[in-house]
Design a protein around this ligand. Structure first.
Ligand code: NAG
Ligand code: NAG
Ligand code: NAG
Ligand code: NAG
Ligand code: NAG
Ligand code: NAG
Length: 462
């Protein structure tokens, strides 16, 4: 008995080993035949030959959905560099059990567990069909035709929020930010190489997100010379980024500093959901002290998005906002990334979106309730008080200015004025009256302005 059960155990072990071997042989590296598919589950992916990049489904916390994406597979972060921009899903995520299939006629097709199509690679209207997919060690997923090595579709030609070395953007091409860090819908920022050859960072109407509702640009490469316009934004193999002009000369985009060697470091450039466009590098191997330092910032544009408002690239209007919503204060944090903070007595409109708008926790003052304005003003003087925000400025939305005012007079004039939402006391004793909603709020330890927001006294009812 003992000998037989031992023998059975051995057979089972051998069989299990064989199953393991068969499974590992099925792992796709590089070339993907038509008909292959992946299903959204804990881990399912195809790899590039070196294993640096993977294509497949990644589970996104905390939403518990999956995104069909390409990511750096050898680093702990598994940083995503491309994702399918699906329709009809609020977060851009797809449910467990969704499936992507490589087809000959439509390329990649992503369907939900019910078979409903959520996304597909849009192929050109040609007669050639896809023969295979290829995941390159540069992180590009290419769908190749039968008759040639021409890519009918590639992830590099259809970028989302990230550029990788050897990827470029042609005229009319753009990157779009995500809605949030974990929400893969399109957000409101674009990096676009325009028809005129100028490379710009743009912000759109945050509500409609219509590509035609461009509010303004907050960066320009100034490469729209009609005699020699910019043709292409290049992120080259060694990690330099520049605009190639019509005459093939290059204009450096942001940095002239030498990037760290691409032999030892990964590079990526990403348009973050908060509007900051940044280039990062990451060691390919773990440090000698077994410390993984993660991504380090090479440069960002802008360097201080909180302070971005006035400038040569901004249209005269004061539409919208940048990183932080209306009535929200922008504070520059690590790696040139912004944080946002509602003023005291204000709450986030969407509690899950700290970058969104802030609303007052009180009823705002409305002019014209009383026929006797003098009486109303006297009454309001007892109803309202101020929230003080030191080193905080709101450089837009002014409607009146007073010179040589101190804090007391500045507040007093706001209190007497039913239009006044807040006052900013700047340097040289200038007092500025502001309308609501406040926009482009910035807190800065070097700031020379203080803000006083008029709020209803607690316990009062207007
Ligand atoms: C998305 O929703 C719209 C409107 O409900 C519908 O017309 C369209 O077919 C849907 N698309 C997909 C791919 O499900
Ligand atoms: C960005 O590119 C997409 C896809 O080509 C296009 O539909 C959209 O209009 C572009 N957006 C801008 C602001 O140019
Ligand atoms: C990338 O651009 C830099 C600067 O122009 C150049 O020195 C370098 O050789 C380029 N790298 C490649 C691989 O073309
Ligand atoms: C720019 O380079 C391309 C590709 O190398 C070449 O075909 C083209 O003639 C060049 N243009 C000029 C103006 O040198
Ligand atoms: C490793 O750790 C030692 C001691 O803490 C430090 O001096 C050295 O700079 C570290 N090396 C690297 C590459 O981080
Ligand atoms: C308006 O109110 C003020 C202060 O309460 C009072 O002195 C004044 O007589 C009032 N005027 C009218 C027209 O009622």
């Amino acid at each position: 008995m003992g000998v037989i059960s031992c023998w059975i155990l051995q057979v089972v072990l051998v069989l299990q080993l064989q199953v393991l071997v068969v499974l590992s042989q099925n792992i796709i590296r590089g070339s993907v035949p038509v008909g292959e598919s992946l299903t959204a589950s804990e881990s399912s992916s195809w790899l590039s030959p070196s294993g640096d990049f993977a294509f497949g489904f990644r589970k996104i916390q905390p939403n518990d959905g999956f995104t069909l994406s390409i990511w750096f597979d050898k680093i702990p972060d598994k940083t995503i560099v491309w994702y399918a921009q699906t329709v009809n899903t609020t977060t851009g995520l797809v449910p467990e059990g969704s499936k992507v299939t490589l087809t000959a006629d439509r390329g990649l097709v992503l369907t939900d567990p019910g078979g409903q199509q959520l996304w597909s690679s849009s192929l050109p209207q040609t007669r050639s069909s896809v023969s295979r997919g290829l995941i390159t060690d540069a992180g590009n997923l290419r769908l190749l035709s039968e008759d040639s090595d021409v890519a009918l579709w590639s992830s590099f030609a259809n970028p989302t929020d990230t550029l990788l070395p050897s990827q470029s953007i042609e005229v009319r091409g753009n990157l779009s930010s995500r809605l949030k860090e974990t929400s893969f819908q399109k957000g409101r920022f674009r990096l676009r190489l325009g028809d005129d050859g100028d490379l710009q960072l743009l912000t759109l109407n945050s509500e409609t997100l219509a590509e035609t509702d461009v509010y303004f640009s907050y960066y320009s490469s100034n490469t729209k010379d009609p005699h020699n316009p910019g043709n292409r934004l290049v992120f080259n193999e060694t990690g330099y980024m520049y605009v190639v002009m019509n005459d093939n000369t290059t204009r450096f985009y942001v940095n002239n500093k030498d990037p760290v060697p691409s032999k030892d470091f990964y590079h990526r450039a990403v348009l973050h959901f908060d509007g900051v466009f940044s280039q990062y590098y990451h060691p390919k191997r773990q440090g000698v002290n077994n410390s993984d330092n993660g991504w380090s910032l090479a440069w960002s544009e802008p360097e201080n998005i909180c302070a971005k408002r006035f400038g040569p690239y901004l249209d005269a209007n004061e539409l919208g906002n940048l990183a932080c919503g209306f009535n929200n204060i922008c504070i520059l944090g690590d790696n040139n990334r912004p944080r946002c903070e509602c003023p005291k007595r204000f709450l986030l409109v969407d509690p899950d979106d700290e970058y969104g708008d802030c609303k007052p926790d009180f009823e705002m003052q409305i002019c014209g309730r009383e026929s006797n304005q003098t009486a109303a003003a006297d009454q309001d003087a007892n109803l309202y008080e101020f929230v003080t925000l030191r080193m905080t400025n709101w450089p837009s939305g002014d409607y009146k200015r007073y010179s040589n005012y101190d804090e007391e007079r500045c507040k007093a004039t706001c209190l007497k004025d039913c239009f006044c939402g807040a006052v900013v006391l700047g340097k040289d004793k200038l007092c500025w009256k502001k309308k609501f909603p406040l926009s482009y709020g910035i807190r800065d330890t070097n700031g020379e302005s203080d803000t006083f927001i008029k709020v209803l006294k607690l316990g009062s009812r207007s």
